[in-house]
Design a protein around this ligand. Sequence first.
Ligand code: AMP
Ligand code: ZN
Ligand code: ZN
Length: 420
Amino acid sequence: MKSKKMILRITLALLSVIVIFGCSSNPYVKDIPKEQYIVMLSLDGCRWDYPQMADMPNLEAIAREGVKLESLQPAFPSKTFPNHYSIATGLYPDHHGIVQNTFYDPDMDAYYKIRDRDAVANKDFYGGEPIWVTAEKQGLKSASFYWVGSEAPVNGTYPSRWKKYDHHFSYEARVDTVIAWLSLPKKDRPRLITWYYPEPDEVGHNTSPESEKTRLKLEYLDSLIGDFRHKLAKLPIADQINIIVTADHGMTRITGDKWIYFEDYIQPAWLDTSLGSTPVWMFDVKEGYEDSVYLNLKRAEHLNVWKKDSIPDTLHYGKNSRVMDIVVTPDLHWSIGWGDRKYPLDMVGGAHGYDPRYKDMHAIFYASGPAFKHGYVHPTVENINIYPLLAKILNLQPAETDGKLENVSRMLKPKMLINN
Ligand code: AMP
Ligand code: ZN
Ligand code: ZN
């Protein structure tokens, strides 16, 4: 009698296991939606460890429900334009051509500057294939709210929806615009949306990464993410949407007592052109002055000085004609520039642009949605690997990239890798 009861109990237990795991509402067995969406937000300058320094429950919820990277390593130089465009194309700046926020193209005889509207919209500056171009060419609609490169018809193609950069456009209204785009009729609805906030970069520069103001800004940004997630959850396509929150680079503390001034070592008359902002500068040198400039700059402590052809391989930089004869960048926390010495010794602020192997230069990467595993933490990877990840989720044939899907594929549900 006892053993009959036992058999019945075991049978019931087995049945309930089959019901639970066989049920279509179970996330582990549910079919992965064929048509997925990606909404990728960049919080400019959001360092990899900022979420540990502030209260960011909405970002942490993404990690809990999805994945996060230990950190996202930018490309050199760890500045805004080169890195947003590396994320978009999967290429190092040397290969996609946006080698700095400001540079000179000798063949075009033209300058690219982030605040020059005509330059930013000139397709001839942009190499590679941004992910929105890959999407549009393969029949998927895309939209961009200020991602670097989206204002130019790269390879002859704009995102279906894009906007002229307006630094002061309301942060709340950006959320509502993205939600409105996702609420469009299916034929107009973008499957890929890239959007952008210029914070916490600005507050990090002005007050240092560790300041109270930076912490408060992070908490405000997290509340926007909360509002966005809340509104997104109400959409009929909510379970088809992947959210990514990432950034272009990190930030490190700088102080007025750690400045290197170029005229303490070289003379402007020895140079044809000098371009940059701390902590990365490039010089084109007048004929005959190559050694004077190089050897004299080498005298500066805490300064790395490279001739264009001998930049360390790890930086993947220097083959592009837009990189000038000499590139300089200091050790972490140090600043460089021409010496109007405008900063008092007690100045405290933030900077980025340094060698991307410094962890302070690394960015956040959080993602959740039908493509991603649950509660998974992936080791640090370079941001050139994001493009292949996006292409895989959208089932697109990727362009040739420096990044590789295999470096990030462990973030995806195993089914994502066989389904498509
Ligand atoms: P930086 O910290 O100097 O590398 O650059 C950050 C600045 O880049 C931001 O404060 C914005 O003003 C600017 N920026 C970012 N994205 C864009 C864009 N798509 N168009 C124009 N300016 C941008
Ligand atoms: Zn930036
Ligand atoms: Zn910045």
